[in-house]
Design a protein around this ligand. Structure first.
Ligand code: SF4
Length: 230
């Protein structure tokens, strides 16, 4: 997977280099449109491959597979751990109380929810909202890795311990990891707290906002809503 990502990034870099040598300031619009529809098709192919998945035991309790949603051409992805009850019922990621907290952060960063891409490490709800287990993560992680490879965002915010540990292959806690950038196949990753943490600890939201500011700075996006309270 890592080698494929490297190849893909290298191909894009080669293309940009060739067009630069030819005197173009940017890639032709037709090529950009082609690359963009390519991403949509890649995501459709991944969803198709998941099918009515029974690769791990989580399939027995699910109502819906929660694939992920958003703009396939976004520069920013959010990756959580797995669906909860509301997500399982609707088939959409982060639509419950924690989802409202995440959406508030996304809006505060200057985006609409549909401007970014939101997905989870596992696509089916763990019973009782427990954390996904190692065998479940192992069975499912290939899908989020392919989603990231297809979208090829500039930055990812991992939400909580599970997604941070999975993507960054670390045993460190989110408290130890958050606030610094890490590398995932050439993509900047900013670990931060899971939005559900703020349902119990609302005063800690400032930590995630500080993490989000670093991401906005990295993306070259002006922070315009820094004085908002939520
Ligand atoms: S969690 Fe992932 S691997 Fe397990 S059944 Fe659902 S889609 Fe398949």
């Amino acid at each position: 997977m890592g080698a494929e990502m490297t190849d893909r990034s290298r191909n894009m870099a080669d293309l940009l280099h060739i067009f630069d040598k030819l005197g173009f300031d940017a890639l032709p619009e037709a090529l950009i449109a082609n690359l963009e529809s390519d991403k949509e098709n890649l995501l459709k192919a991944i969803r198709n491959d998941i099918g009515n998945c029974k690769r791990c035991k989580l399939h027995t309790g699910r109502t819906n597979i929660v694939f992920g949603e958003g703009d396939p051409n976004t520069r920013l992805m959010f990756v959580g751990e797995g669906p909860g009850a509301d997500e399982d019922a609707t088939g959409r990621p982060f639509v419950g109380r924690a989802g409202k907290v995440l959406e508030s952060l996304i809006n505060k960063m200057g985006f609409r929810r549909e401007d970014v891409y939101i997905a989870n490490i596992v696509k089916c709800r763990p019973p009782g909202n427990r954390e996904p287990e190692e065998d479940e993560i192992a069975a499912c992680r290939g899908f989020i890795e392919r989603q990231i490879e297809s979208i090829a965002p500039d930055a990812i915010m991992t939400l909580g311990n599970v997604s941070t540990k999975t993507l960054l292959s670390t045993d460190k806690t989110i408290g130890q990891m958050r606030g610094d950038f890490y590398d995932y196949n050439g993509i900047k990753v900013m670990p931060t707290y899971h939005p559900s943490y703020f349902l119990r600890n609302p005063s800690k939201k400032v930590f995630t906002w500080n993490d989000a500011i670093k991401v906005l700075n990295y993306l070259g996006i002006e922070v315009i809503s820094i004085k908002r309270k939520d």
